[in-house]
Design a binder for this molecule. Structure first.
Ligand SMILES: Nc1ncnc2c1ncn2[C@@H]1O[C@H](COP(=O)(O)OP(=O)(O)OP(=O)(O)O)[C@@H](O)[C@H]1O
Ligand SMILES: [Mg+2]
Length: 395
């Protein structure tokens, strides 16, 4: 591929561009624009250079529409116009999609600066394109829910999010949708400057860049959107606002992990509309497992059960009178992760240091690490199915 294509440019500027790109350019006469396919075909033949220079031999009333077409079709390609003129010409040129205007006598320094600007822009477009492709391929909205209070939703959500953030820098945001009593910030020992209600109004609600500045940053690299300062403020956030927020975050982050309140609140149902994954958590007791079964049934009826479901049994103790096989029979589906009761968890909750942020070796940490691996594009451990169907039953 050539870096520059010049069309109808005089020898002086052609020399300056040749120097700026070490001879890596294609030079055409204005008449060659009349060949089949016009300028876009010539750009393709030249190997999609990132600078196209339209010289004085290309009349302005032709150059402007040509630039507009390139601007729309090839946003990573900068069109440069060679012309004498003042601010009025500049304004008209910019409106037409021309990125730079050079005088016919521009010196090599100006030409090199134009090439540098165009190269930066082309690189930014390529990166944005790759980012979008990655998002489309790996994008996950993971909703952690449970019919029960205290089942371990926040423990699972925070650790899953920290694990994903550590595995892929800048990839993950954790959203606390337990709008009344959520304490994701406490579980991560963070004091948020902004909380959920701040992000659903004003500039943050429509500008993704502003929204990002409202997110807290955990030392693991995780972005965090804390719940609300008061139950009333949290309640004022509508399901529609939550839907728009998750939609925006889903376009900015590869992983959006959502912690929820017990049961199926309007906010949780809205999150499930966008979810790619449901992580359903229960304790090993009859009410918990029955609740899990009912929640799966209700979500199926509502057509809100995401394609990927991950069934987690948490804080399991051996002397419970109920076996994991009983649970699987009731649910009609295999459990993906079984996490034992372990003293490391309350220590983590109370100190605000997530299990996956340190080098803990306890079985709960190992089970959560296996979960994280199951969400990564190249799983670290996939022995025997989803999450490696890793059973963690010993202490
Ligand atoms: N595997 C475990 N072993 C021991 N304690 C645990 C375990 N999992 C969670 N806990 C403890 O149980 C309590 C509740 O956990 P957590 O906050 O994660 O549940 P939750 O489902 O988010 O609760 P809520 O419905 O109130 O939001 C915490 O104190 C936590 O430390
Ligand atoms: Mg919770």
């Amino acid at each position: 591929m050539s870096q520059v294509l010049t069309v109808g440019v005089g020898s002086h500027l052609t020399g300056a561009f040749t120097e700026a790109v070490g001879g890596d350019l294609v030079t055409l006469d204005a008449a060659q624009l009349d060949a089949a396919g016009g300028l876009l075909a010539r750009i393709a033949e030249a190997g999609s250079p990132f600078v196209v220079v339209l010289g004085p031999d290309v009349p302005q009333d032709r150059a402007f529409p040509l630039a507009g077409r390139v601007d729309v079709a090839l946003p990573g390609t900068s069109v440069v116009l060679v012309a004498e003129g003042g601010p009025e010409l500049w304004v008209a040129a910019m409106r037409a999609g021309i990125r730079d205007v050079l005088g016919p006598d521009a010196d090599p320094g100006d030409v090199a600066a134009v090439v540098r600007r165009a190269a930066t822009l082309a690189a930014a477009h390529e990166e944005a394109g790759q980012h979008a492709a990655t998002q489309a391929d790996d994008h996950r909205v993971i909703v952690v829910a449970s019919p029960q209070g205290g089942a371990g939703k926040t423990t699972v959500a925070t650790n899953l999010a920290v694990g994903l953030a550590r595995a892929a820098v800048g990839s993950t945001v954790l959203v606390d949708l337990d709008v009344q009593f959520g304490d994701v910030a406490g579980a991560l020992a963070m004091t948020p400057e902004y909380t959920l209600p701040d992000t659903v109004q004003g500039a943050a609600s429509y500008d993704p860049l502003v929204l990002k500045t409202f997110l807290g940053r955990h030392p693991s690299g995780l972005h965090v959107l804390a719940g609300s300062d008061s139950p009333a403020a949290g309640d004022a956030v509508t399901a529609d606002q939550v839907g728009r927020l998750l939609d925006t975050l889903g376009r900015e982050f590869r992983y959006v992990v959502v912690d929820t309140a017990p049961g199926l609140t309007a906010h949780t149902l809205t999150a499930l509309e966008q979810a790619t994954d449901l992580v359903l958590v229960s304790r090993l007791d009859v009410p918990g497992v029955r609740g899990m079964r009912k929640e799966l049934d209700v979500l199926t009826e509502l057509h809100l059960l995401p394609a990927a479901r991950h069934l987690v049994l948490n804080a399991v103790e051996s002397a419970g009178g109920l076996s994991t096989t009983d649970v699987e029979d009731t649910l009609g589906a295999p459990l993906d992760v079984v996490l034992p009761r372990h003293s490391a968890v309350p220590v983590s909750t109370n100190t605000g240091v997530p299990l996956l942020h340190g080098d803990n070796r306890d079985p709960v940490t190992r089970g959560l690490q296996a979960m994280v691996a199951g969400f990564l594009p190249t799983p670290i451990d996939r022995r025997g199915g989803l999450f490696g169907r890793r059973r963690v039953a010993s202490r």
